[in-house]
Design a protein around this ligand. Structure first.
Ligand code: SAM
Ligand code: DTB
Ligand code: SF4
Length: 325
């Protein structure tokens, strides 16, 4: 067992994770909320804003993604990287909107040196605007991770996406081991890890349990754990995937909260497609982070006004300060 407090465990067994996931929903949510309150205020949400700094034309074949050059999705073709000035403007707007973290995504398999240098300039600009920085640029080696750390990067997002068993049905152009290698490089550079997955890819409950088990048995729990609900996109192999049952999202989030008590669990992509009631259950189950703003990377997110109304109805507020701002 490792970790800084007695309730942080890295030795969860598969059976334990399955037993938690399968509890009666009322019991599961109760336990998750009890754990949540030991570490976080129950009425507070972290708000992150996403920006696609390089869209489309990606050589990878992730079956869910609109940006793969291998599918006929809306972002099959690539566009150039944004300028630092464009990124700064978007970060300023995000800050005004109440976000504390700015997450920049690029449709890369792995960044080239010139692209890393541009990313470094963006990190500096976003920090100057008073926001935490997060990037997701595909695979990194240790030298690349150290370079981003030196530029001031706070978080790196790299998801495992699904279970090791189901992974090959979703992505064939890079392996789960490749992903774990990048996560090790990011951790070695001292960058906080943001790592989660997607629900609704056609996986089974056993796959969801296995994905959670892998996340919770990493050498350190990811500081942020995004749980995405598949946004089904026309032209991708998963365009007609059956939407996940809302309670499976709730169970996944509650189990993540119990397994990784100090991590920020993010109700990530897919909120626009969820009812207010389903979202509220996710917050009750321990989700305490969201993407704010009308855009994700290539798809829509709830309108900020609608979010404000919902959070008001639920009596929830956005987190105001972080260490970085
Ligand atoms: N290209 C980089 C990579 O994949 O590592 C970074 C960007 S990629 C879009 C980041 C993550 O967003 C994916 O790993 C996946 O978990 C999530 N994602 C992408 N498309 C999605 C979709 N349609 N629905 C839900 N989540 C999605
Ligand atoms: C994550 O876990 N979800 C975000 C972020 N990390 C990069 C991406 C969601 C993308 C949703 C589909 C789209 O907009 O293309
Ligand atoms: Fe490329 Fe990332 Fe989309 Fe996969 S998820 S196709 S790596 S942009």
């Amino acid at each position: 067992m490792r970790g800084d407090t007695a309730d942080i465990r890295h030795d969860w067994t598969h059976e334990e994770v399955a037993a938690i996931y399968g509890l009666p929903l009322t019991e599961l949510v109760f336990r998750a909320q009890a754990v949540h309150r030991q570490h976080f205020a129950p009425d507070e949400l972290e708000a992150c804003v996403l920006l696609n700094i390089k869209s489309g034309g990606c050589p990878e074949d992730c079956a869910y993604c609109s940006q793969s050059a291998r599918h006929d999705g809306p972002q099959k073709k690539g566009t150039p990287m944004l300028t630092v000035a464009e990124v700064r403007t978007a970060a300023r707007e995000a800050k005004q909107r109440g976000a504390t973290r700015f997450c920049m995504g690029a449709a890369f398999r792995a960044p080239k040196q010139r692209q890393l240098e541009q990313a470094a300039e963006m990190i500096v600009a976003v920090r100057e605007e008073g926001l935490e920085t997060c990037m997701t640029l595909g695979m990194l080696d240790e030298a690349q991770a150290r370079f981003l750390k030196q530029a001031g990067l706070d978080y790196y997002n790299h998801n495992i996406d699904t279970s090791p068993e189901y992974y090959g049905e979703i992505i064939t152009t890079r392996s789960m081991e490749d992903r774990l290698t990048t996560l090790r490089a990011v951790a070695a550079a001292g960058i906080n890890i943001c790592c989660g997955g997607i629900i609704g890819l056609g996986e089974t409950r056993a796959d969801r349990i296995s994905m959670l088990h892998l996340l919770a048995t990493l050498p350190a729990h990811p500081a942020s754990v995004p749980i995405n609900r598949l946004v089904a996109i026309e032209g991708t192999p998963l365009a007609n995937a059956t939407p996940p049952e809302p309670f499976e999202m709730v169970r996944t989030i509650a189990t993540a909260r119990i397994l990784m008590p100090r991590s920020r669990i993010r109700l990530a992509a897919g909120r626009r497609e969820m009812s207010d009631e389903a979202q509220a259950l996710c917050y009750l189950a321990g989700a305490n982070s969201i993407f704010l703003g009308e855009r994700l990377l290539t798809t829509g997110n709830p309108a900020p006004d609608d979010d404000e109304k919902l959070f008001h109805r639920l009596g929830m507020k956005l987190q105001v300060h972080t260490e970085a701002n």
